[in-house]
Design a protein around this ligand. Structure first.
Ligand SMILES: CC(C)(COP(=O)(O)OP(=O)(O)OC[C@H]1O[C@@H](n2cnc3c(N)ncnc32)[C@H](O)[C@@H]1OP(=O)(O)O)[C@@H](O)C(=O)NCCC(=O)NCCS
Length: 177
């Protein structure tokens, strides 16, 4: 693994592409690492990709894409973070923390004030450790057959001091990422 000499964290690189073969490289022989296949949800791909390589092998990834939301009466553009995965043998070493931080930084650099992600309830503590906050209440998201209530947990992250999540009904105006 390459390390960032400035702060001792693993070096994260911007990936030119993230396709099925990069996903396979990370997941190894784990068939459904996200454990959300049973949900039947249809996802949108992320657009920017951040990864960590260890001896030439990709071992961690986080993707992001700006997404539009309507929350209460407000329109928000958030950086949607998704496809966060660390190779099974490399977990617990801060790699998710590093790739998610890069995706968040990308959103901040685009002037966005909110991060958004969806995860299973058992992944909530991981993101809480990274500063993300659980959103109470239902979030409606687009699906091919029309909007549905997201069955996974929704979490947000303020990207600048003083950023708040507006109150009121939450609707993601796109497929989830
Ligand atoms: C979830 C996942 C990405 C975490 O990757 P990781 O590299 O082990 O995470 P990190 O080492 O960066 O840990 C980040 C923080 O979460 C904590 N954490 C990690 N796994 C945890 C768990 N299972 N329960 C509670 N906290 C956990 C760590 O202690 C760390 O906090 P700390 O730095 O304050 O100690 C990894 O387990 C994975 O790829 N799982 C399968 C795919 C998946 O579920 N992706 C998420 C989809 S939303």
């Amino acid at each position: 693994m390459d390390w960032n000499p400035m702060n001792g964290t693993p070096a994260v690189t911007r990936l030119a592409r993230y396709t099925g073969s990069e996903f396979d490289e990370i997941r190894g022989d784990v068939v459904d690492p996200f454990e959300v296949k049973g949900s039947g949800l249809v996802w949108r791909p992320t657009e920017e990709h951040f990864g960590i390589r260890l001896d030439g092998r990709l071992v961690a990834h986080a993707g992001c894409v700006p997404v539009p939301l309507a929350v209460g009466g407000a329109g928000i553009r958030a950086i949607g973070v998704g496809s966060v995965i660390v190779a099974p043998g490399q977990r617990g070493r801060g790699l998710a923390r590093s790739v998610v931080a890069s995706a968040v930084e990308h959103g901040r650099g685009r002037g966005l004030e909110h991060g958004l992600l969806f995860c299973r309830p058992d992944r909530v503590p991981v993101y809480e450790r990274l500063g993300w906050r659980l959103l109470e209440g239902d979030m409606r998201v687009e699906q091919p057959g029309g909007p549905i209530v997201m069955p996974l947990r929704s979490m947000w992250l303020p990207l600048r001091e003083g950023a708040v999540w507006p109150g009121g009904p939450m609707r993601l105006l796109s497929l989830p990422m």
